[in-house]
Design a binder for this molecule. Structure first.
Ligand code: PEP
Length: 250
């Protein structure tokens, strides 16, 4: 079976609706659907509808939210529920991105609840896990990543993992220009798969690598069969550069 690769763009707090539309229009001029390649975009919430509209007719593109609340509705000022982001057209959601965990205090328990809520609504969670530099240097990468995966397993029974995608994103590699080596990444991907298997997950869960991925390192990373794709922030912000990057592994 041909390999399937997923390229996910996390635009963080960039590209309002007009810029998102312009980006996608240009990106569509530069790319064609390619066998086995899926393209996911995570624009800011206000740009989800515009991104979906602009990408309409491209079956290889999925648009998702960068964050969701675990309750479907209620008194949660400033939050967005899964049904609300679905009304905009989102069909995926990033959960537990390191910026959410470290800048906004999101806990393992909240991440687990969010993944369960996303699955319950019938869309796909992209769950991010990864250690900080201090944890890596203290030799605690394994312990930390397993703890984060286990917190999701607490809320999501093993049978439901066929609809989950994981991203391994070492915190020290995000937006720093310092990426994990293909060996580092592959080793942690294997560890995650081992833990999922040990806890009864029978399917092969796709695992992306994220952290300063760019045109110069993507091929070496994707050469490792343990990686099923990449989650990219900075290098996904320009349509020309992003189109070139997603074309490199095709
Ligand atoms: C990210 O935002 O998930 C990310 C990996 O960012 P960058 O590619 O800029 O390191």
């Amino acid at each position: 079976m041909a390999r399937s690769l997923l390229y996910a763009a996390n635009w963080k707090m960039h590209h309002g609706p007009a810029a998102a539309r312009t980006f996608i229009e240009r990106f569509l001029e530069l790319t064609r659907p390619a066998e086995g390649r899926r393209l996911w975009f995570f624009p800011p919430a206000v740009s989800i509808a515009a991104t979906c509209e602009a990408a309409d007719g491209r079956p290889d593109i999925t648009v998702g939210a960068q964050n969701v609340h675990w309750e479907p509705k209620g008194a949660f000022t400033g939050e967005l529920s899964v049904p609300l982001i679905m009304e905009f057209g989102a069909r995926a959601a990033l959960v537990g991105h390191s910026e959410r965990r470290h800048l906004f205090g999101e806990t393992d328990e909240q991440v687990g609840r969010k993944v369960a809520a996303v699955l319950k609504a019938g869309i796909t969670p992209l769950v991010c896990v990864g250690e900080t530099l201090a944890e890596r240097e203290a030799g605690r990468t394994e312990q930390l990543v397993v703890r984060q995966v286990d917190a999701v397993l607490e809320r999501v029974p093993s049978a439901e993992w066929s609809r989950v995608v994981v991203a391994y994103e070492p915190v020290w590699a995000i937006g720093t220009g310092r990426n994990a080596t293909p060996d580092d990444a592959a080793q942690v991907h294997e560890l995650i798969r081992f833990e999922l298997g040990r806890r009864g997950v029978k399917v092969r869960v796709p695992i992306l690598y994220g952290g300063s991925v760019n045109k110069g390192n993507v091929l070496a990373l994707l050469a490792r069969p343990e990686l099923d794709g990449v989650l990219v922030g900075g290098a996904s912000l320009e349509p020309e550069g992003w189109a070139e990057l997603v074309g490199m592994g095709a």
